[in-house]
Design a protein around this ligand. Structure first.
Ligand SMILES: Nc1ncnc2c1ncn2[C@@H]1O[C@H](COP(=O)(O)OP(=O)(O)OP(=O)(O)O)[C@@H](O)[C@H]1O
Ligand SMILES: O=C(O)[C@@H](O)C(=O)CO
Length: 421
C-alpha cells in the first residue's frame, strides 16, 4: 500500500509531535530522521510518513533544498499531499525559512495556494484574527519574546509571513471557519481569485481544525502544527491495517536526558523523588579526557536491571552558563551530544529495550549514533510524546517542554510479561 500523506517537519521532536497527531487521527504513521535516500526503508503498510529535518534555524536555501528532497521522496512513495510542519509558536525570523520553504513546496507541486494554521489547542496555541496566542497571552507578550534563537516580538501571522514571501498573504477569519467546511472551501476559492497564495486561518479548538482539515483535503500543500495535521488526518477515510501495532518490549529501560528545559528538569526531579536511580554526566570532566561514558556504564551495570535508570547531562540555567563559559556553547553541546550518543549505543548493546531521550538536539544525536533512520509511531504516552518502534527497540523522543512531570516514571513502568497460556 502506498502513502496517502507525506509530512516535512522542521525539527526532530516537532516531527514526533506531528507523527503522533497523524496516528491519533487513525493513520498508521512512520517517522523518518533526516533527508532520506533510496535505501531508507519505510515500515510496512503506512498511511502517513513524517520526514523530520533539522531545518528550523537553517539558512533558507539549505532548508528549501532539504524540504524539496523530502517532498520528492514522499511523492515517490505515493504521498499526493504534503504537510509542512513548523513550530506551533511559528519560530522564525524575518530572514526565516517558513515562507521560502512553503513557496518552494507549492512551486514543486504546481499548486496555486496553501492553507496555514499553527494552532495547537492542547498546548494552548490558538489563532484569532490572524494573531497567535500562547494560552492567554499574545505570542509577542509570552515568554517566546525572549527565545534565544528567534525572539517572537510580533503576533500577527500575516505580517510575520509577509516578511518571508513575495506572494500575497490572506486570512480566513473564525466567523467563516465556524460556518463550516463549504464556507472555508468557498473562502479559499475567493482568496485564490484575489491572487493570495498563503491563506492563514483562525482556529481556537480542535473542532475548528477538523473543519479546516476537511476543507484542505484536496490542497497539494498544507502547513501548520500538530493541530491542523490531526484535523487533516481525520478527514482521510479510515483504512484497515492488517499489520498488528507493536507494543513496548520487556527488557531494561533507560532515560538519556540532554534537555535543560524547565519541564525536563522537573521530570528528572520527579524520577529521583520516586526513588529510581539517576547518574549525572560531568561534562567538564569529559572535556579534559576523563572516561565519563565508561563511568556511566559501570554505574549502569551495577543497577537493579528491573528498575528504569536515568543518565543526564541536563543542567540548571546557572550550571549550564558555567559550563558554556568554560567550554563555549558549541563545544559544550558537542561534548554532551557525543557522550549521550555513545552511551545510547552501549546501553542498547547491553540490553536496554526501552529508551527515552529528552531534548530535540539530543534526540538527533542519539538516533544518528544508533544509525536509526525510520521508526513506526506507537502509543502516545503524553500529548506529542509517543513510543516509536524499530526492530526490538522502543524509542521515545521527547521535546524539551513536553510531557507531564511524572512522564519518565509512567512511560518506563515495567512491561507486564505475558503469562504462558
Ligand atoms: N551540562 C550541559 N552543559 C552544556 N550543554 C549542555 C548540558 N546539558 C545539555 N547541554 C546541551 O543543551 C542542548 C539542549 O538542547 P535539546 O534540543 O537537546 O533540548 P531542548 O532545547 O530542551 O529540547 P527541544 O529542542 O525539544 O525544545 C543540547 O545541545 C545539549 O548538548
Ligand atoms: O509545534 C510545537 O510546538 C512542537 O512540535 C515543536 O515544534 C517544538 O519544537
Amino acid at each position: 500500500m502506498s502513502l496517502r500523506i507525506g509530512c516535512v517537519a522542521d525539527d526532530f521532536t516537532g516531527g514526533t509531535d506531528v507523527a503522533a497527531a497523524f496516528r491519533r487521527a487513525g493513520l498508521r504513521t512512520a517517522l523518518v530522521f533526516g533527508v532520506p535516500d533510496a535505501d531508507t526503508a519505510l515500515p510496512a503498510d503506512c498511511d502517513a510518513a513524517v520526514v523530520a529535518l533539522k531545518s528550523r534555524s537553517a539558512p533558507a536555501d539549505e532548508a528549501v533544498a532539504d524540504s524539496l528532497a523530502a517532498q520528492h521522496w514522499l511523492w515517490d512513495r505515493g504521498a499526493a499531499q504534503t504537510f509542512f510542519k513548523y513550530c506551533s509558536t511559528f519560530d522564525s525570523t524575518p530572514a526565516g525559512n517558513i515562507g521560502p520553504v512553503t513557496d518552494a513546496l507549492l512551486d514543486a507541486a504546481g499548486a496555486p495556494l496553501t492553507l496555514a494554521c499553527p494552532a495547537s489547542p492542547p498546548n494552548g496555541r490558538t489563532v484569532y484574527q490572524g494573531h497567535l496566542f500562547v494560552h492567554d497571552q499574545l505570542l509577542s507578550e509570552s515568554p517566546l519574546r525572549h527565545h534565544p534563537l528567534n525572539p517572537m516580538t510580533d503576533s500577527s501571522l500575516p505580517r510575520l509571513l509577509a516578511a518571508q514571501t513575495r506572494h500575497r498573504v490572506g486570512l480566513i477569519p473564525l466567523a467563516t471557519v465556524r460556518r463550516g467546511v463549504a464556507a472555508v472551501r468557498d473562502a479559499l476559492l475567493d482568496r485564490r481569485r484575489d491572487g493570495v497564495r498563503h491563506v492563514i486561518a483562525d482556529a481556537l479548538t480542535d473542532e475548528d481544525l477538523a473543519v479546516l482539515g476537511a476543507a484542505a483535503l484536496e490542497l497539494p500543500v498544507v502547513t501548520g502544527a500538530a493541530g491542523l495535521a490531526e484535523g487533516l488526518g481525520r478527514a482521510y477515510p479510515a483504512t484497515p491495517h492488517p499489520t498488528a501495532e507493536p507494543r513496548p518490549p520487556a527488557g531494561r529501560a533507560a532515560v538519556l536526558a540532554g534537555s535543560c528545559s524547565a519541564r525536563t528538569l522537573e521530570q528528572i526531579a520527579h524520577f529521583r523523588a520516586a526513588g529510581l536511580p539517576t547518574h549525572h554526566l560531568d561534562v567538564l570532566a569529559a572535556a579534559v579526557g576523563r572516561d565519563v561514558a565508561g563511568e556511566a556504564l559501570a554505574w549502569y551495570d551495577a543497577q537493579d536491571p528491573d528498575l528504569p535508570v536515568l543518565v543526564f547531562a541536563s543542567a540548571t540555567p546557572d550550571e549550564l552558563a558555567a559550563v558554556q563559559q568554560e567550554l563555549g556553547v558549541a563545544e559544550a553541546a558537542a561534548q554532551v551530544e557525543a557522550l549521550l550518543g555513545a552511551l545510547a549505543v552501549r546501553l542498547v548493546r547491553r540490553g536496554t529495550r526501552r529508551l527515552l531521550v529528552a531534548g530535540g538536539e539530543t534526540s538527533g544525536a542519539v538516533t544518528t549514533a544508533l544509525g536509526i533512520d525510520a521508526v513506526l509511531v506507537g502509543d502516545e504516552i503524553d500529548p506529542g510524546v509517543p513510543w516509536t518502534h524499530t526492530g526490538d527497540l522502543a524509542l521515545m523522543l521527547k521535546s524539551g517542554n513536553f510531557g507531564a512531570p511524572d512522564l519518565f516514571v509512567r512511560a518506563l513502568r515495567p512491561v507486564p510479561v505475558k503469562e504462558p497460556m
